[in-house]
Design a protein around this ligand. Structure first.
Ligand SMILES: Cc1ncc(COP(=O)(O)O)c(C=O)c1O
Length: 304
């Protein structure tokens, strides 16, 4: 919410381009879906969001280079920001295709809009920092949450100095709240980041994820049940389909009916998966070899 206001304040423009299937919190202008009428113009996806509010949001399919170019060509002069999850993780995992993030960087630069990476899920999960450190595309603003609160409620944004200077009290873009800088959340977050820096668990998490995913794929090969397990680091998702989805429409075309009974069987076998194929699964440092084996045993029983 603050990043969008800041982008609008810093550029003096109104419109934001987002991608269908990406989630950016429950702020009004992001609770939208691709509209049916005018290409790219959004419609509200929640009761209580006004048509005017949705109208300032443009929606493109994730990984659609051409749609981005066309929308920027048409609305570039009004575009305050392009916002995206650098790895889409709220429709299951949909990885950015090679150069897609670079395309967004170039499209934003071409029209003078800001590029915002929403790293609420990816931040500090794949490396000690943002995914932008790994993909080498530099956003103007980065949003963080979740991990940086160590389990406590928190949100943060950062970015280029001259943009951040536009925030109150230095600049004219207002931001404040009762819980802003909440000392307990911030203390927990600092401690979590200290522990993460010391443990540096990212490589071993990835190794465990490889172990798990390889095991699941073998089970599916033997059972003859198609599955796609798109993965980034230790984040992965479970799609019952032949080829990995590259956008939200592909996700919707996967066999979603297979998921609920599978979820139920896994639960009975003692494994609590995220309760929807649109949710991403994460490993934690508590998942040791024994846990991975337990998951694989349950999987084998549940998939037939
Ligand atoms: C990518 C992303 N952005 C933003 C949010 C919103 O975070 P919060 O619910 O803390 O406002 C979420 C929450 O799941 C998220 O996954």
């Amino acid at each position: 919410m603050t990043a969008l206001r800041l982008a609008r304040g810093a550029t003096g423009r109104t419109k934001i381009l987002k991608f269908s299937g990406c989630y950016h919190g429950h702020t009004d202008s992001m609770l939208v879906q691709a509209g049916s009428g005018v290409a790219g113009i959004a419609a509200a996806s929640s009761a209580g969001v006004t048509a005017d509010c949705a109208h300032d949001t443009l929606v493109a399919p994730y990984n659609d280079f051409e749609a981005v170019s066309q929308l920027v060509a048409k609305h570039g002069a009004d575009l305050a920001a392009i916002v995206t999850e650098p790895i889409a993780a709220n429709m299951g995992i949909v990885s950015p295709e090679p150069k897609f993030l670079l395309h967004l960087r170039e499209a934003a630069d071409a029209c003078g809009a800001l590029l915002i990476f929403d790293e609420v899920i990816t931040g500090f999960r794949l490396t000690f920092g943002g995914y932008s450190n790994l993909c080498r595309v530099k956003p103007d603003l980065t949003c963080l949450g979740k991990i940086i609160g160590g389990g406590m409620p928190i949100g943060a944004l950062g970015g280029r100095g001259e943009i951040m200077d536009q925030l109150a009290p230095d600049g004219p873009v207002y931001q404040a709240g009762t819980l802003s800088g909440n000392p307990i959340s911030v203390a927990c977050g600092i401690k979590t980041l200290e522990v993460l820096r010391e443990l540096n668990p990212y490589e071993s998490l990835e190794t465990r994820a490889t172990q798990l995913i390889t095991g699941i794929e073998a089970i599916h090969r033997d059972a003859g049940v198609p599955i796609c397990l798109p993965r980034e680091g230790h984040m992965f998702s479970i799609f019952f389909c032949e080829t990995p989805p590259r956008n939200f429409d592909d996700v919707m075309a996967t066999d979603k009916e297979m998921f609920p009974p599978f979820f139920g069987k896994m639960l009975e076998a003692g494994i609590y998966l995220p309760p929807s194929p649109f949710e991403t699964s994460f490993l934690s440092i508590a998942h040791d070899d024994a846990a991975i084996e337990r998951i694989l045993d349950a999987w084998e029983q549940s998939i037939v």
